[in-house]
Design a protein around this ligand. Sequence first.
Ligand SMILES: [Cu+2]
Length: 686
Amino acid sequence: MSHPINRRNLVKYGLAGLGAFALGQWRVPIPFLDGPSEASAKSGPSSGKSGLSSSQSGSPSSRSGTLFGYRSFSQPLFIPAIAQAKPRGALSPAPGQYERDGQLNGKPRAPRGQFEDVAHGIAPEFDGRVPGFPCPDWNRFSSHAHEKEYRIIIEETVHPFFPGISTPIFAFRDAYASNQAGRTPGPTFVTRFREPVVVRYENHLTKNRGPINSTGHDIESSVHLHGSHVPSHADGAPDFYTLAGEAKDYYYPNIIPRMTQADRWAKTCEGAFDQTWIPSTLWYHDHAMDITGFNVSRGLAGFYLMFDEREEQLIADRILPDPAEGFDIGLALTDQKFNADGTLAFDFFDHDGRLGDVFTVNGTVQPFLEVQRRKYRFRILNASSARIYQLRLSSGQPFLVFGADTWLFPRAGAVKTFEIAPGQRHDVIIDFRNAPNEMFLDNIMLQTSGRKGDGVDPNKPTALMKFVVTGAPVANDVTITDGTIIRDQWEPISQNEVVATRSFRSDRALGAWTINNRFFNPRRADAVPELGTTEQWSFENNSGGWWHPFHTHLEGFQIQTLNGKTPPFERSFNSDLVLLHGGEVAEVLMKFRTFTGPFVFHCHNIEHEDMRMMGAYDPRPSGVPSPLDGETRVDPDVSGVVPTCEELEEEHRIYFDVVGDLDRVEDRGVGFPNCNFDMDKRGNQL
Ligand SMILES: [Cu+2]
């Protein structure tokens, strides 16, 4: 097979070289400290024994070591600042205020690569003036009545993973916070239920950006708010890009789903919100098609919290710790891989899943946190690409778990250890009142490949961070304990509501991944559930022992059975992600409410996602067909979606549909030539 040298292929090679090229120059891989190197990054597990993660290579537990001169647990945990909001009217131009043909119509002009050209998603579902949506009270949530505005810059910056070493990363920088450098994780959004906001993301990752864009490429982004119930245009669908040099407004109504009666949803303004699904801990991260793994591993992730009256009451009643007092802390876990010069390593040829051998919490390599003798709330997020953690405390204490993924549980429960897959969150209390003076958050899952975990070994812990416990036990500590009622309004989805069942089986094909024998196509709906109904979905992992964490956008689900068994306590309420170990099947119940699509569901091992392990679904009212027939484009005025792959090429924009397809370029018959998505698993046109 030959491949012409054209701009497209140069792009491929240029990108493929990112792990080995820096600033356009070839750099000889230099192994260091027997540690991570580009050579070891080429495929499969790193054989690295950096001393920071020695248990990962099978040697005994190590709680100390040095890398770039860094001694483990000698840096304090970085805690991201709270994102700064301004009242409506701060953004210029205002969201939706676009002139076209002499009229303000709320839609963007053709992009000109200028930041004043802001693609603005509208929310027709909420707009009382749109025929078929006659609910004036919903205008509170329309694009014309949001209450707060944020402005976030996506840019390259340098980040101090190691003291004295400036590592280039991509950051979400808060433009409304003065003198605040971009870090990873990005600023933490703190929002309130039913208070809609607009977040303007400006993508400054243009290739000619000074002083730094060490990639040498325009990098597109699409920001997904993981766990959100938002209009499709604001969901961060994989090809709803914010291209380099452009900006986009994401409209977050901060609501919960409406009740399921389709009639009431469509025809009247009645119908309550479903209190079972009030969100608490969300996170935002890049989701751009085919380069999500690259963008997220370089730092594009952060927390997004939402508080409602019930959660605020739990805090006021001193049942839950008070975030304002600093006792509610997000912990984003990532594993990183570094080149010898301190830059991040990324291997576009590694399709197993990027596995690092340096552990960070909130972008700090193995930090410490000084805590008082009291109960703390930690929102633990697995922000890694492919690493699965099994967490425990070195002191032998249990975690008090009272939330998983986006939602709080009806009641808290104590667990000694839990598994957390990429994208998942666990909301836990750690009680330090009688803790030893030093204790560690340990990972006891061994893993040497992005494909799967190797199993749990309690005798080979890797300490992710250290808690330094000081003082005497405090009086009047919060009262949450095993069994405390958290969500007082919570209901299981009833099997009786199910109107349809679907199954989604994943297979490996062409070195990539199919779901029901098809590769992901953003223009094709793989499911069109009726809006306002409930379905039973089964996710089947039929891929020879690989592990896949499955995630759904728009709506979470309730797991009925996991491989035929009742799920563990912390997975028995609401989830938006379920980890399927090799050969496993999950049966889940899921509702489809409020918004029409497209939305996606996908494997959250991000390299698998980038290798097409994703499906599109498009909830529609009864009798309304989905426009996603594999050909028709989504209305770009509403969605902000870029036109088509070919048109992008004509416009000389980079479209990374082939980053996962490099093996085809290497004549190994893998991937998707040109702009062709619709192929069967043998590569034939469907
Ligand atoms: Cu996967």
